[in-house]
Design a protein around this ligand. Structure first.
Ligand code: ACO
Length: 326
């Protein structure tokens, strides 16, 4: 077991709510289609002046406050995002600037929707190695600024937000019982943002063709998501040596309800054990799991000693799962 305790969590969600009926006025879609195919009813949208680091900084401060740690006492800040403020430096650096802190390593992890679990794995290893005793793993996205608002197949799916977890060494009882992470880069073209990098620098042509927005083969994503999340979740449950009945909560990446329910069925857990926030926030990519953890803790759905399973998949394609004893 990697000894680790999450002693503080925080979330930051933009105030603006975009409902399915708002979307009906923007593209040819319907509340019924979106609800039936995705389970999403509304999502949050950042205003023009808000970037990913603003949401992450807010979530990080809340997590630190709950854990009784000042942000400038942190030994490391790891931010998972696919929607960074800038190509460089990392969003984590902009978080430091916003908070006026320094003297700790701060860097980003690019693993799509699996990003928060990648960040948590890195933080757990920093703590296990003795490199850090107080570190934040965060996930934040402003998806609304990289979505093509004329493409009904993608624009209805995403939302903005951030979540953060303050991690410290465990007390011997709590920690990561087992974890797994992986990636198959051969599937990269199924979900990506084609332009804006060195493969296809931004030009008038890329802007005209909307190549700086999300491109996705929805059906392929669906299939791989269910397989990788359920296979990796089953693996960590097996390796943790716990019975399915012992698991208090499964928190899957919140892409859409059908993916989550299909994953749950393959893990053979009853529906009441799955925690879902996708109906109110949509797919916030790397932010969905830390926001869900924060809300679940607030509602008393996660208590000390509980076993919780987290599972995610994302662009790459990446995947990751972890079984934690809280
Ligand atoms: N409103 C109305 N109709 C729509 C919409 C919309 N918003 N979007 C697509 N349609 C239409 C299509 O044009 C198509 O019409 P046609 O049959 O006349 O050609 C029809 O609906 C069916 O389209 P499909 O793409 O086959 O619909 P599907 O049942 O596969 O659902 C969805 C699409 C919801 C995107 C599904 O494929 C899915 O959930 N995929 C996973 C995507 C996902 O979660 N991505 C997040 C990835 S990011 C991450 O989390 C890693």
């Amino acid at each position: 077991m990697k000894s680790l305790k999450i002693v503080g969590t925080g979330r930051s969600l933009p105030e603006k709510v975009l409902t399915n009926s708002d979307l009906e006025k923007m593209v040819e879609t319907s509340d019924q289609w979106i609800t039936e195919r995705t389970g999403i009813k509304e999502r949050r949208i950042a205003d023009e002046d808000t970037a990913t680091s603003d949401l992450v900084a807010d979530a990080l401060v809340k997590a630190c406050r709950q854990g009784g740690v000042e942000p400038d006492e942190l030994d490391a800040i790891v931010v998972a995002t696919s929607t960074p403020d800038t190509v460089y430096p990392a969003t984590a650096c902009w978080v430091q600037k916003k908070l006026g802190i320094s003297n700790m390593p701060a860097f980003d992890v690019s693993a799509g929707c699996s990003g928060f679990l990648f960040a948590l794995e890195i933080v757990a290893n920093l703590i296990a190695a003795g490199t850090a005793t107080k570190a934040v793993a965060a996930g934040g996205e402003v998806m609304s600024k990289v979505v093509n608002w004329q493409d009904r197949a993608t624009c209805v799916l995403f939302g903005d937000g951030a979540g953060a977890a303050l991690c410290v060494p465990g007390d011997g009882r709590s920690g990561i019982l087992s974890s797994t992470w992986g990636c198959d880069g051969n599937l990269a073209p199924l979900l990506y943002q084609p332009a804006g990098g060195t493969r296809m620098p931004t030009s008038q042509k890329t802007l005209d063709r909307m190549l700086h927005t999300v491109h996705m083969e929805g059906n392929q994503v669906f299939k791989h998501a269910v397989r990788t999340m359920s296979d990796s979740a089953r693996k960590v449950v097996r390796e943790a040596g716990v019975d399915i009945g012992e698991i208090r909560l499964l928190i899957p990446h919140q892409a859409n309800t059908r993916i989550m329910e299909a994953t749950l069925a393959r893990v053979k857990m009853p529906p009441e054990k799955m925690y879902s926030i996708v109906h109110k926030y949509g797919n916030m990519s790397a932010a969905t799991i830390p926001v869900a953890i924060d809300e679940a803790r607030e509602e008393g759905r996660i208590k000390d000693g509980d076993v919780v399973v987290l599972t995610a998949f994302g662009t790459g394609f990446t995947w990751a799962s972890a079984a934690l004893r809280w």
